[in-house]
Design a binder for this molecule. Structure first.
Ligand SMILES: [Cu+2]
Length: 589
């Protein structure tokens, strides 16, 4: 209630001046503006705005000094990024902001009162609907204020522009990263509303010559609340069982591959709404090869991308995943992994070579259905964009160097060849607050085996895991719930060692990975084994790991890790490291 006066004024102003305007359905897909570093520095001014439309949904957007929405931040390894973020958010209204997770919302309101206006954004910790901050997803930069810290950093509308300033590590793998807010309890609302953008570490052609000289385009796929939530499915679709509501209030997985999706999708902000999915338009020259860099910036929606020509799936040449070239291990040369479909969990990225359709052939970019489990959302088959070939199609703005310098050799041994110092087991689980009511609110947990499952508590500050810089650990992540989750950790990439108990030892790294759901019949829970890399000094500090389905993260599916510096940790008796230390509270608050 304390924000009611702002609410009325800003909403009225917003109607007259929609600062987060979006292209109309069926538009041609344009590229985000490219902001490139100069002389080793990229200086950017971004303002985050929001706008609540007549239907009550709230859009969020980052706008730069030239008026571009969600510009691509293009940096080279070693560059300095100076990003000033101004918060211009208005209270989007309690209903839209707090979602189902009242405990998180209430905590946020209490924070606001105790930190009203005078707080330092570095220590404020105010997690409210109109506070914001930035996470640089995938980058190995320190979890400290003004760099990539999201637990205490909170910028309020009353704050001056807040400066992020850090250097892209010299050895950051070249590829697609991204920026988005990370305000616990409110991350889903802001990201679902469109608060996200791409950050590109240049030089993928230096890692893999198969893409040298190719035109490249950044495609960001976001989800959003359904534009037509009450519409029946298209008559062109097979008849499916009446849709249900899952525990999070979205259309539940009906297992058919069709029916009402939990969320609509957009591509570079062009909406592709249910039920008819009128496609956006991608124009290419006939048979032209391009590198598509696709970010799934959805809050909760899984993608399973395919390109069809006359309904026939085409070969997509995957070269990078989660910003890391597929040949990162240095053992497989200029490798291209040809696939007919590419799964992309929320938060993940895929970079692949696409060949345009021949003249006169109709192409489609689609997402195939993803089985998210009985407790998951409905992610049906649907069209995203039509691909049309014409000789006068505009070229993408950016083209990769034709004869690149190879990247320097890595300074540390390949992660797959390092022996882990220990193995930990973590698990995803969910609990209905009223076990007798399947539609009651759900708590979401990500628990270290042996600890008591609990929704993430911003006030606690006690790490669930204490690790040591310079080491490598294996983490087994189990899914004990009946829906798919996507594990993500800040400040580092990991190696997928085992998937469902089978060794995979991928030659590349990820920062986001699916953990398949438990169907209730197997003797063991589905799991992945990840090799976690704490060797980089930038990983020292306190940061989070969580499910990248943001309503799960907001609902508590997150944990805290503290990575201690190598020199001081050696003085710590090893047996103490897994225990909760009283001193942790003082250190992290
Ligand atoms: Cu999840």
């Amino acid at each position: 209630m304390i924000f009611a006066p702002w609410h009325g004024v800003l909403r009225a102003q917003g109607v007259a001046n929609d600062v987060c305007q979006r292209p109309s359905v069926g538009s041609a897909v344009t590229e985000p503006a490219d902001l490139r570093s100069r002389d080793g520095v990229l200086k950017v001014d971004l303002t985050i705005h929001n706008f609540t439309g007549a239907d009550g949904s709230t859009r969020y957007c980052y706008v730069d000094a030239q008026g571009n929405q969600s510009p691509n931040l293009r940096v080279k390894p070693g560059d300095l990024l100076i990003l000033r973020l101004k918060n211009d958010l208005a209270d989007p209204g309690t209903a839209a902001a707090a979602g189902n997770h009242l405990h998180a919302g209430m905590a946020g309101m209490n924070e606001t009162k105790s930190h009203s206006k005078s707080g330092d954004p570095c220590t404020s910790g105010a997690m409210t609907a109109f506070s914001t901050n930035l996470h640089f997803h995938g980058l190995t930069v320190p979890s400290v204020c003004h760099q990539d810290e999201v637990l205490k950093t909170s910028i309020l509308p009353s704050d001056a522009p807040f400066e992020y300033r850090f250097r892209i590590p010299e050895d950051e793998p070249p590829g697609l990263y991204w920026y988005h807010p990370h305000i616990h309890g409110f991350t889903k609302a802001q990201v679902l509303g469109g608060a996200s953008g791409a950050l590109i570490v240049e030089g993928i052609e230096r890692a893999n010559k198969a893409v040298a000289g190719l035109p490249e385009r950044v495609l960001t796929i976001r989800d959003q609340d359904l534009v037509n939530p009450n519409a029946p499915p298209s008559k062109a679709e097979p008849v499916v069982p009446k849709f249900l509501i899952d525990r999070d209030g979205d259309a539940a997985n009906n297992g058919t591959g069709f029916g009402k999706p939990a969320k609509d999708l957009s591509i570079n902000f062009i909406p592709v709404p249910y039920p008819d999915y009128p496609p956006a338009l991608i124009q290419m020259k006939p048979d032209e090869r391009q590198l598509w860099r696709v970010l799934n910036a959805s809050a909760i929606t899984y993608l399973n991308l395919a390109v069809l020509f006359n309904r026939v799936p085409q070969q997509l040449g995957l070269v990078a995943l989660d910003g890391v070239p597929l040949n990162e291990s240095g053992e497989i040369g200029d490798y291209v992994d040809w696939q007919t479909h590419l799964g992309v969990p929320p938060g993940a990225r895929v970079e692949f070579i696409v060949k345009g359709p021949p003249l006169g052939v109709a192409g489609l970019l689609v997402t195939r259905t993803v089985d998210t489990g009985a407790g998951g959302e409905n992610d049906p088959n649907r069209t995203i964009a039509a691909i049309s070939a014409s000789a006068d199609a505009p070229e993408p703005r950016s083209t990769l160097a034709a004869s690149p310098e190879p990247l320097p050799a890595p300074k540390v041994p390949w992660l797959g060849s390092v022996t882990p110092v220990r193995t930990r087991r973590l698990y995803f689980s969910e609990k209905l607050l009223d076990p007798n009511n399947p539609n009651s609110a759900t708590e979401f947990y990500l628990t270290v085996d042996g600890q008591t499952p609990a929704a993430f508590d911003m006030e606690s500050g006690i790490p669930n895991i204490v690790a040591k810089q310079g080491t490598v650990e294996d983490w087994i992540i189990e899914n004990r719930s009946n829906e798919l989750h996507a594990f993500h950790i800040h400040q580092l990439h990991f190696l997928l060692v085992d998937y469902l108990g089978k060794p995979v030892n991928e030659p590349f790294l990820r920062d986001t990975v699916n953990v398949p759901y438990y169907a209730g019949t197997a003797l063991v829970y589905p799991s992945v084994r990840l090799r976690m890399d704490f060797r980089d000094p930038n990983t020292v500090g306190t940061f989070v790991y969580h499910c990248h389905l943001l309503e799960h993260e907001d609902g508590g599916m997150m944990g805290l890790i503290r990575v201690e510096p190598a020199d001081t940790a050696s003085a710590t008796p090893s047996g103490l490291r897994t225990k909760r230390l009283p001193g942790d509270i003082a250190r992290t608050n």
